[in-house]
Design a protein around this ligand. Sequence first.
Ligand code: ATP
Length: 135
Amino acid sequence: MKTIKVNVVTPDGPVYESDVEMVSTKAQSGELGILPGHIPLVAPLAIGVVRLKKEGKTELVAVSGGFLEVRPDQVTILAQTAEKASDIDVERAIRAKERAEQRMHDQHAEHIDFRRAELALQRAINRLAVSEGKK
Ligand code: ATP
């Protein structure tokens, strides 16, 4: 079966590298599925999951925005943060979720940045879903 090389990198370093049969992820414009030989493309990513199909299995990586660059033989994902499902600290994500929910609840207090809390909540929910394999 044909494969395409995938690299997921963050400012802290590489997170994932492999040859896979298909990559699917959530661009800001919607879901994208990439097979080997895909036309070149650059797209901004949303907070979401990168699904990597390999030898009949699907691996998941949580990303919190960034860019996807597709070339016919290679996909590069430059993510703000990225974690493989097995590297996600569930307790930490639960605490981050609770903190963000509290901040959104307290939004009437002028110093609370609602959008920032909302994004933190999305990151936490995404990490929890990816760690449970639900995405
Ligand atoms: P927190 O409030 O727990 O730091 P956050 O969403 O604000 O959550 P980020 O700024 O997105 O955290 O990430 C900071 C760094 O911590 C990144 O390297 C990211 O990969 C890592 N990270 C954040 N949350 C988790 C988690 N639950 N499990 C593993 N790594 C995490």
